[in-house]
Write a protein that binds this ligand. Sequence first.
Ligand code: F6P
Length: 560
Amino acid sequence: MPTQSSPKPSNSLAWKKLEQQAEALKSSHLSHLFANQPDRFKALSLSFSPLLMDFSKQFLTTDVIDSLVSLAHEKQLPAWIERLFAGELVNDTEQRAARHWALRLPAGSEHANSDLVHQVQAQREKMRGLVEQLRDGEWKGYSGKAITDVVNIGVGGSDLGPLMACEALDDAAVCANAQAGQGDTAPRVHFASSMEGSQIARLLQALTPETTLFVIASKSFTTQDTMANVETVLEWFGSQQVDEALVKSRHFIGVSTRPDLMQAWDIAPEHQLEFWEWVGGRFSPWSTIGFSLAVKIGYEAFESLLAGAHAMDEHFRTASLAENLPVMNALLGVWNTNFLDINTHAVLPYGGRLKHLPGYLQQLEMESNGKSARRDGEPVSYRTCPIIWGEVGPNGQHAFYQLLHQGTERVSSDFVLVANRYREAHYAPIAGSLQHQHRLGLANGLAQSQLLALGEHALPDTTGLPAHKRYQGNQPSTTLILDELTPYSLGMLLAMYEHKVFVQSVIWEINPFDQWGVELGKKLAGQTQGLLQQGAQADLSGLDASTAGLLMHVADAVAP
Ligand code: F6P
C-alpha cells in the first residue's frame, strides 16, 4: 500500500531529473526531435484497439518518458491503482471509495464484492425496464397518450456526460431505432441544466405536457439549479389543470443516491433509479444518470458503452505503466504542466458529434484536479490541473488557432479524430459527399497538428519569409484516433480520460474525488438571493462595495 506521502519535488530524484531534461531540451525544437528519431511515431504511440494514441508530437524524448515512468513509480502509482479498484477510501476528505469502474463490470462478473455487483446489476435491470417501456411507446402520460419527449433535468455531472454522449452517439440512436423498427416512436431526448431557466423556458414552449416525461437527475436531489427547473415544470403542468399526484406519477422519473428524498417528492418507487455515494457526479454517466442516454440510443447500445469503458478499466489495471494509455496521457500532461510550464490545454475534436467533449472534460479534469491542498494537508508547491478548454477543431481553426500558431502562449492540445464516418445505411443517398467532407476534416486535423508541432519547418522552403508570415511551431499535441465513433469506442475514450485524471492526482498528491471549492459559492448565493428578494429594503452593510453596488443597481432596475 502507498504511504500517505511520497517525496516532495525538492526531494524527488525523478522530479529533479525531469527538471534537468526540460532545461536541456529548451533550445531544441520538435522538428529536430523528429529529424533525430526516424522511428518516433513507433516509439511514441500506443494502441489499444479501437483507440490509437500518438504522442510523438509532444515535446519530449524517450528518456523523458523513462523519467516520467520513474516518477509514477516513486509516487507509488501501481499501489494507488490497486487501492482504487479494491474500493478503498481514496476520497479521503469524504471518507468514500470511488467505484465508478464497478458500474461497468459486465453482468455476472466474478468479483470479490458480490454485493456490489448485485446492487449495480439490479439498478441496471430496473433502468432497462423503464427504457424499454419508453422506447416501445408503452409509457403513457396523464391523458393516455404515449410519451414522445424525455427531458433530463440535471446539472454538472448529472447533465454533461449524458448530454455529450447523446450528441456523440446520434448515429447509434438512428441505427438502434431502425433495427427495432422504432424510428417513429422512440422518444426525443432533451436537456435542461441552467438554473436561470432559459433552456427549460424554450423547451416548455415547444413541448406538449401530456406526452413529455421529465427525469430529475441529481445525485444529492437537492441541487438548487435542478430543483428550480423542476418547480417551473410543475407550474407548467399546473397550468393544464391536471392533478399534481397524477402528473408526478406519470411524468417524472427520479435518478439519485437519495431514495428518501425521491420518496418525499412523491416519485413512485418503481420510477426511482438509484446510484451510490461512491460514484462522483462527474464519474456518473455509467450509472442510472445515463438513463436519458439509454432512452436515446437504446439499452443494448448503452451496455456497449459500458463494455468499452470496462475494457479500458482492465487495460488501465493490468498494462505496464509505459504501455498504459491513461497513464501515459496523464504523464504527458504532468510533463507539460510541471516541467514545460504549459498551463493551458485544448481539447480539439475533429467532428461536430463531439462538440460537448471539451465541456465534459472541463468538469472531469478541472473539478477533479483543480486543487491546491495535498492529501497530507500541505499546500502544493507545484502546479496542478491546467486550464482545459476547446471547441470543434474545424471551427476553432477559424477562431482561436491564430493564437496557437503565432501568439505568445504555449498551449498543449489533444486532437480527437475518428477514422471512419458516414457508413451507416441512413447516409447512403449522400454518403459520397459526406465521406468526402469527413476526409476534409481529417486532413485538416492532421495538418493542424503537424503545423503546430513543426511550424514553418513543415514547409519546403521558408527563406525570406517576413515576420508576420512565420510560424514558430513547437506547440505539443497528442492525437487520439478512434476507428469509428461507436458506443464502445466512446466508452473507452471517456474511461481513458477518467483514469488520466486519477493518475495525475496521484502524481500531484491531491484528492480528485471531492469538490469543496464549489460549496461556498452555493452558500453565498443563498444569502445573496435573500438580499435580492428584499430589493431596496435589503441591509447591505458588511458587504463589499462591488456586490453592494451591483445589488443596489439591480434593485433600482427592477423597481416598478
Ligand atoms: O456543484 C458541483 C456539483 O456537486 C457537481 O460535482 C455535480 O456533478 C453537480 O454539482 C450536480 O450535483 P447533483 O447531481 O447532486 O445535482
